[in-house]
Ligand binder design. Structure first.
Ligand code: PGA
Length: 256
């Protein structure tokens, strides 16, 4: 069984042309292990420049461009939205969907998230589906229930077989941007739950899906996290804005 590791950089609303230049020149010398994909997700205005620079600088073919969000609609009167087709035109390969910041600040529901996943899959792009519990939900031992309630609408809408083309990022909300990482044991236990939950619907799909951990991952804690049996890489926020640190995280990941 070969499972790819993925290291995805979520720049959020940070960085611009200068960071595109810095990251591309930094990644020209990155050493990646076997079966690893790196995905850089800048804000929409910089997708095109990032794609061009990756090609011009002949970066490793395992380095891809991703978006941080997408519309569930194909086209039409949706002011301010970006469609999957527009992303395809820019050679985007991955789309982060359902990040906790979108769920909490923009009221995205799990049903809307499922619609976006469906649109993304139809366009042949790979969604990175983000799920995770809040601090109070963890304290109330609701973590598994919350994760199940975030996964089930997607399974219902696109079918479990489609998870062969989905990546999941487990990000406990309390660990995002706080410096409070889940312990590697806690992260592993939750990743194992997610894999087992999917396995109830389709064991083969569950065994092959890449499950990423996100939430204050950095160059010091990534090795231990990535060594866990069910953790196949990470979704990196703050540390992805620092090129040397991000390179080290990328070099640490390897497929399982
Ligand atoms: P962080 O963000 O690494 O800054 O905690 C991760 C994320 O929100 O994807």
């Amino acid at each position: 069984m070969a499972r790819r590791a993925i290291v995805a950089a979520n720049w959020k609303m940070n960085g611009g042309l200068a960071l595109v230049n810095t990251i591309v020149s930094g990644l020209t010398s990155v050493k990646l292990q076997d079966n690893v994909d790196v995905v850089i997700c800048p804000s929409f205005p910089f997708l095109s420049e990032l794609t061009s620079q990756i090609t011009e600088n002949k970066l490793n073919e395992a380095i891809h461009v991703g978006a941080q969000n997408v519309s569930a609609h194909e086209s039409g009167a949706y002011t301010g939205e970006i469609s999957t087709q527009m992303l395809q035109e820019l050679s985007v390969k991955f789309v982060i969907i359902g990040h906790s910041e979108r769920r909490s600040y923009y009221n995205e529901t799990s049903v809307e998230v499922a619609d976006k996943i469906s649109a993304t899959l139809k366009a042949g792009l790979t969604p990175i589906l983000c799920i995770g519990e809040s601090e109070s939900e963890r304290a109330e031992e609701q973590t598994e229930k919350v994760l199940a309630s975030q996964l089930q609408p997607v399974i219902d809408e696109v079918g479990i077989e489609s998870f062969a083309n989905i990546v999941i990022a487990y990000e406990p909300v309390w660990a995002i941007g706080t410096g409070k990482t889940a312990s590697s044991e806690m992260a592993q236990e939750t990743h194992k739950f997610i894999r087992q939950f999917l396995a109830k619907a389709n064991a083969n799909v569950a065994a092959k899906i890449s499950l990423l951990y996100g939430g204050s991952v950095n160059a010091s804690n990534c090795e231990e996290l990535f060594a866990q049996a069910d953790i196949d890489g990470g979704l990196i926020g703050g540390a992805s804005l620092q090129v040397e640190q991000f390179k080290q995280i990328c070099s640490t990941a390897k497929g399982k």
